[in-house]
Design a protein around this ligand. Structure first.
Ligand code: BGC
Length: 753
């Protein structure tokens, strides 16, 4: 496609028309110039391609549901996400889809967000790495991905109008960071802006976000589309860099664009930039639209099961109740054993062709008895079902209860109001645990739940919403064919009120204050020393691992160097297993408030019994940096950083220290309102002020030899502004003007160094 030529031939109306959808899923064609239209589709963990059938308009085709992001994140496995992405990419090709709408990499700020199941993590490094791997997989098939929802879409309540009030530091370090990784490492074809506002401005018309940060700073060259219905002021959107409005606004917003150009309120160059990027996407998508790939749904379903088994997290296994022994009798209890909850509600909902139930899949392993136990249409106990379940539990050696959140409890479009399981399920678990001491709970939920039953049961398996292969995958883990290797990609607090966003979620009216700032997820629980129910990065295995020989390539580092960290991990148990080795960086002393530690590396390693492997991490300068608002950049303070390696955020096995020096200092400028203490931190300032001290009576009159008095005096003067010394001094030559000269000298000295 010769885009320059086409642009020169397009009329103003045609250009404007390219900047919005033709219908719900297509871009607009320009037949006169032979420009076809392309189709996009949800996303993200399988295809929700909608077609108009004669008897059913807007019907989703039969497809495969892979593990949703809340589950796939627990794999901590980039290659798994890439494999998942590749499968979806091929499916798109066979369905002539140009772009798949996903993945979403928003941060899980609160466990209540109805859409958490579609997001990866509370940690920006993990979310960014996994989303990037997913996108690389999709795009390796010549199909575009669409990273969403850019940015700060962390709740469903008032999602179209909520104003996320966030400090720039928290935006950079937490909420934008996964997107930054994705843009820089995976070059997605497209970005979808979010519905909400950020610090007062809708994302769909936020120039700072869509142009300054996304394009100018991060180098994004693809297309930005709106979330469905996210456009507020279309002309402002064009100016801000929103290329494509989706879905169609029936020509209404195109008209505003035309008028704005005619009135000189919008330049042709601004419109051309958007139209050009739409054309570039259409051009790029021509190949993927060829439908040249076969889609074997059974094969992809089998893959979905295999991937799901790598994501399930074993949270509790007292007395080795798992894996289940096939020579003992087993009862499966709970409706989700027969009808698993394997996906969430909303735009990602897939019309699955094959669905594994655990009950059916158990036939591959053993004969199990079954009782439904509870209903899911309402939170009410069906006494007959309960009695039947308790009876079944009494006569089995081991009971596996399949519990979790029914569809109506969580979905895109609204948030939860609490973190509890339905009370009918909690009662079922209690009554069964009372009659059978070998009780295991399997959970299907898209976001953390409280577990008041934790200490009453022997086993807990967190299966999340694990796709349409989840029933088979759960059995593979329960019966020990697959050794669980998932780790939690989010903290499970004991109770909702422990969560850092508790006081400010979902906000008041449209205003949502992100008052917890950078202390999201484990960053908060660590800092406040709050014991979670299960910490970030936690997950058990049927085997055990030993960590040894932590080695750092440097003990001192400047920012041009990469720190290479290696560690040996050994499988010390009796069966094959995989371990997620996690690396956290901890700034030991910092002049700004920082998390106790932050995840900066993870690797999943597969080990036969007795086998050892060396795991290698590479840390670049960014691993040590925080976002310093005063210089609008990332900054590394000189000092000691601990490198912590372990099996979870609360199970650090090895530790070493590196000294990092970038040779840079933050620019400082003092004035008469600056405190003694701040100036004294610098040797140049300390020397001058100490000299001043000796020559004035304003600050003391105490006995220099009295060490206690000296310290008290220093602490008190550290809090004094320089101007106060002028007023307190009875020396007439000690004037504001003289003090100003002194400050100027200090500023000069500091600028020189
Ligand atoms: C969702 C998007 C989705 C789009 C199209 C919106 O409501 O927020 O994630 O891709 O609908 O279905």
């Amino acid at each position: 496609m010769n885009i320059d030529r086409i642009l020169s031939e397009l009329t103003l109306e045609e250009k404007a028309s390219l900047c919005s959808g033709d219908d719900f899923w297509h871009t607009k064609p320009v037949e006169r110039l032979d420009i076809g239209r392309i189709m996009v589709s949800d996303g993200p963990h399988g295809l929700r391609k909608n077609v108009d059938l004669a008897d059913n308009p807007n019907q989703a085709i039969e497809a495969v549901c892979f593990p949703t992001a809340c589950a796939s994140a627990c794999s901590f496995d980039r290659s798994l996400l890439e494999e998942l992405g590749k499968a979806i990419g091929s499916e798109c090709r066979s369905e002539k889809l140009a772009v798949i709408l996903g993945p979403g990499c928003n941060i899980k700020r609160s466990p209540l967000c109805g859409r958490n199941f579609e997001y990866f993590s509370e940690d920006p490094y993990l979310a960014g790495q996994l989303a990037a791997a997913h996108i690389k997989g999709v795009q390796s098939k010549g199909v575009g991905a669409c990273i969403k929802h850019f940015a700060a879409n962390n709740q469903e309540t008032r999602r179209f109008s909520a104003d996320a009030r966030i400090s720039e530091r928290a935006l950079r370090e937490i909420y934008l960071a996964p997107f930054e990784t994705v843009i820089k490492e995976a070059s997605p074809w497209t970005v979808m802006c979010s519905y909400n506002r950020i610090n007062g401005v809708h994302s769909s018309q936020n120039k700072w976000l869509l142009t300054n940060v996304l394009r100018n700073e991060w180098g994004f060259e693809g297309l930005v589309m709106s979330d469905w219905g996210a456009v507020d002021e279309r002309v402002e959107g064009v100016k801000a860099g929103l290329d494509l409005e989706m879905p169609s606004s029936h020509g209404k917003n195109d008209k505003y664009i035309v008028e704005a150009v005619e009135k000189g309120e919008l330049s042709m160059e601004e419109l051309d930039s958007c139209a050009r990027r739409v054309l570039e996407l259409i051009d790029r998508a021509l190949e993927s639209g060829s439908g040249d790939t076969e889609w074997d749904k059974k094969r992809d379903h089998d893959l979905a099961r295999k991937l799901a088994s790598e994501c399930i997290v074993l949270l509790r296994n007292e007395g080795g109740v798992l894996p289940l022994k096939t020579d003992k009798s087993v009862a499966f209890i709970g409706k989700f054993a027969a009808e698993p909850r394997y996906q969430g509600g909303g735009s990602s909902h897939i019309n699955s062709k094959y669905i594994d139930s655990a009950l059916k899949a158990s036939e591959e392993y053993a004969k199990v008895t079954y009782a439904q136990g509870y209903v899911t249409d309402a939170d009410r106990t069906d006494e007959a079902l309960l009695a039947e379940a308790v009876a079944a539990a009494r006569s089995a050696d081991t009971v596996v209860i399949f519990a979790g959140l029914p569809d109506s409890f969580e979905s895109e479009g609204y948030d939860r109001s609490h973190m509890k399981l339905p009370s009918c399920q909690l009662r079922l678990i209690d009554e069964i645990a009372a009659v059978n001491k070998n009780t295991v709970v399997v959970l299907h939920n898209g976001s953390p739940v409280e577990m008041p039953f934790r200490d009453k049961v022997k086993g807990i398996l967190e299966a999340y919403l694990c796709g349409d292969g989840s029933g088979g995958a759960v059995c593979d883990v329960l019966f020990g064919k697959v050794n669980p290797s998932g780790k939690l990609a989010e903290t499970f607090p004991v109770k909702l009120s422990d969560n850092p966003s508790f006081l400010n979620f979902p906000g008041e009216g449209d205003t949502v204050n992100y008052a917890e700032d950078i202390f999201v997820g484990y960053r908060y629980y660590d800092k406040k020393d709050i014991e979670p129910l299960y910490p970030f990065g936690y997950g058990l295995s049927y085997t055990t691992f030993e960590y040894s020989d932590l080695r750092l390539s440097h003990s001192e580092l400047d920012d041009s160097k990469t720190l290479i960290v290696d560690v040996t991990v050994k499988n010390t148990g009796k069966c094959f297993g995989k371990e997620v080795v996690q690396l956290y960086v901890s700034d030991r002393e910092s002049s700004v408030s920082r998390p106790v530690k932050e995840l900066k590396g993870f690797e999943k390693v597969a080990l036969a019994p007795g086998e050892s492997k060396k795991v290698v991490f590479r840390l670049d300068a960014r691993a040590f940096a925080y976002y310093e608002t005063s210089i609008e950049d990332w900054f590394i303070e000189y000092g000691a950083y601990d490198i912590l390696v372990g099996a979870s955020s609360r199970d650090i096995r090895l530790k070493d220290t590196v000294y990092v020096n970038t040779g840079k200092r933050l620019p400082v400028h003092f004035d008469l309102n600056s405190n003694f203490g701040d100036i004294r931190q610098f040797p140049e300032g300390r020397e001058i002020l100490d000299e001043l001290f000796r020559n004035t009576s304003a600050t003391g009159g105490f006995d220099e030899d009295d060490e206690n008095m000296r310290r008290v005096n220093e602490a008190m003067t550290n809090e004094l502004p320089l101007r106060a010394i002028v007023s307190f001094s009875d020396d007439p030559s000690f004037t504001r003007e003289n003090m100003q000269k002194l400050v100027d000298r200090i500023n000069e000295l500091l600028a020189d160094n």
